[in-house]
Design a protein around this ligand. Structure first.
Ligand SMILES: NC(=O)c1ccc[n+]([C@@H]2O[C@H](COP(=O)([O-])OP(=O)(O)OC[C@H]3O[C@@H](n4cnc5c(N)ncnc54)[C@H](OP(=O)(O)O)[C@@H]3O)[C@@H](O)[C@H]2O)c1
Length: 257
């Protein structure tokens, strides 16, 4: 029996990872801030799939939250075989409309937590000569899109660099770059979604299915949809100015503050 730890496991993409991995027979450690929701999900997954589903309440924007998850990942007596660094959010507003405190919170959750949790997990995985880490980035990593895009670009570069350093060790690292996925993300960030064309939306369960296939194939970067593969390929050919205009407007309509 293997164990997967998923951050941001109560909603959206993280919940889809939890459902799929439980259905495949993996024990789970579910991480998020909302303890009631964590317990509800853990109970449901345990009852449906007969797997162990442990709850770890942690706020990954806080030192004690990151440290608690690091400690769980470093526990050699209860090894974690797959880490999914998925917790994340969008800030409401463009550059200078968001406080520096909120920008720094994003960097902490998207970058510092991902760095520290990957390191905490990968050490033990390398000793055991097996394991996987999926770091959820975004296709926003490839376009100019404020602190959000910059933080996701860091996730991609960091993950692919670490994957190269650990090549041959038995530990696989993969950056996952979804396009728009119907989750709680946009509503939580106060973003209107009406200017996002219907064809751009992805389904979280299908996304996870494609991501796990890419991980099994040993990819270090997963863009799990032909539409977004084509768009990211195209983005390399389009002048940066034009790319910036499109990416800074699509899906960035904010409601009243
Ligand atoms: N949806 C999209 O279109 C899209 C596209 C590309 C990439 N992504 C990325 O996919 C990942 C998941 O997003 P989603 O769309 O599934 O969002 P979501 O539905 O809003 O879910 C976010 C999850 O992260 C948890 N979370 C948020 N802040 C946290 C914190 N400080 N500490 C611990 N847990 C925290 C939330 O639980 P609690 O509130 O209980 O903590 C929730 O479980 C994010 O990294 C996001 O950037 C999303």
């Amino acid at each position: 029996m293997t164990t997967a730890l998923i951050t941001g496991a109560t909603a959206g993409i993280g919940a889809a990872f939890a459902r799929r991995l439980a259905a495949d027979g993996h024990d789970l450690v579910l991480v998020a801030r909302d303890e009631k929701r964590l317990h509800e999900h853990a109970t449901e997954l345990h009852d449906r799939h007969r797997v162990e589903a442990e709850v770890l309440r942690a706020d990954l924007s806080r030192e004690e939250g990151i440290a608690a998850v690091e400690a769980r990942l470093s526990d050699r007596k209860r090894p974690v075989d797959l880490l999914v660094n998925n917790a994340g959010f969008g800030n409401k507003g463009r550059f200078l409309e968001v406080s520096v405190a909120d920008e720094l919170t994003m960097l902490r959750v998207h970058c510092e937590a991902v760095l520290r949790l990957t390191m905490a997990a990968a050490g033990g995985m390398r000793e055991r000569r097996r394991g996987g880490v999926v770091n959820v980035a975004s296709v926003a990593a490839f376009v100019p899109r404020g602190t959000y895009g910059a933080s996701k670009a860091w996730v991609v570069q960091f993950t692919q660099g670490a994957a190269r350093d650990l090549a041959g060790s038995g530990v696989r690292l993969m950056a996952l770059c979804p396009g728009f996925v119907r989750t709680e993300f946009h509503q939580r960030a106060g973003m209107g979604t009406e200017n996002i064309p219907g064809w751009m939306w992805l389904d979280a369960d299908r996304l996870v299915d494609a991501a796990l296939k890419d991980l099994a194939r040993g990819k270090s970067l997963s863009i799990p949809d032909p539409r977004y593969k084509a768009l990211t390929g195209l983005s390399k050919l389009v002048p940066r100015g034009a790319l910036g205009r499109v990416s800074s407007t699509t899906g960035r309509k904010y409601g009243p503050s």
